[in-house]
Unconditional design. Structure first.
Length: 210
């Protein structure tokens, strides 16, 4: 989970973060549903960060390839998980030409960091095989959550303006669906994770490539 336009995101170790407590079970459940229809258990992790999610997925039987622009994150990943296929790379690179296409591509807590979301979405689309699936997560924003944040005085903390290389885009289900449709995805659906749905911490989009 890092900044796809910068190499400056800080990773201090190769462990799962607190966000994975609610993200990873939901992603694993989605992958488990997809598994019976797949010929190959191959998966690309776009924005693999410190490699902790890739490691968890590899232990669940997935053949994982991934990239991240953070040299610090990739350094942590290589030190902790040398057997994984994780490299420096960005969503602004031609990744499909370099790595091929995959039946599943995940990108967790990345799209909120990108300067050029349409380029990110185009790269995501190119990485997915025809008929394959992209799984994208990002912090959830909706009316009731934004209202609670405003009333509780937590809006400044939530929008992370003082976080170097932090969140620069704030997505709703509507805007993220528009981005994915523009890229060519179809059959887009969402699930909200962390807290009750109106106050969810993150949302996960599951989108299919025709």
């Amino acid at each position: 989970m890092s900044d796809q336009g910068h190499g400056g995101f800080r990773w201090h170790d190769a462990k799962l973060t607190h966000a994975h407590d609610y993200l990873l079970p939901a992603v694993m459940a989605e992958l488990q549903e997809l598994r019976p229809a797949l010929r190959e258990q191959r998966l690309f992790d776009l924005g693999c960060g410190n490699g902790s999610v890739a490691w968890a997925l590899s232990r669940a039987g997935w053949d994982v390839t991934g990239v991240d622009p953070s040299s610090e994150g990739i350094g942590q990943a290589r030190a902790a998980y040398p057997q994984l296929k994780l490299q420096l790379g960005s969503a602004y690179d031609d990744l499909a030409s370099q790595y091929g296409r995959f039946p599943v591509v995940i990108s967790l807590e990345v799209v909120e960091h990108v300067y050029f979301p349409r380029k990110y979405a185009a790269t995501l689309f190119d990485l997915v095989e025809p008929g394959g699936v992209a799984i994208v997560s990002t912090p959830y924003h909706g009316y009731w959550k934004n209202l609670v944040l405003a009333v509780s005085g937590r809006m400044d903390a939530h929008f992370t303006a003082l976080w170097d290389h932090g969140h620069i885009k704030f997505w709703s289900m509507k805007t993220l669906a528009i981005l994915l449709r523009e890229a060519g995805f179809c059959s887009i659906r969402f699930r909200r994770v962390g807290r009750i749905p109106p106050l969810a911490k993150s949302m996960i989009a599951i989108a299919r490539k025709p």
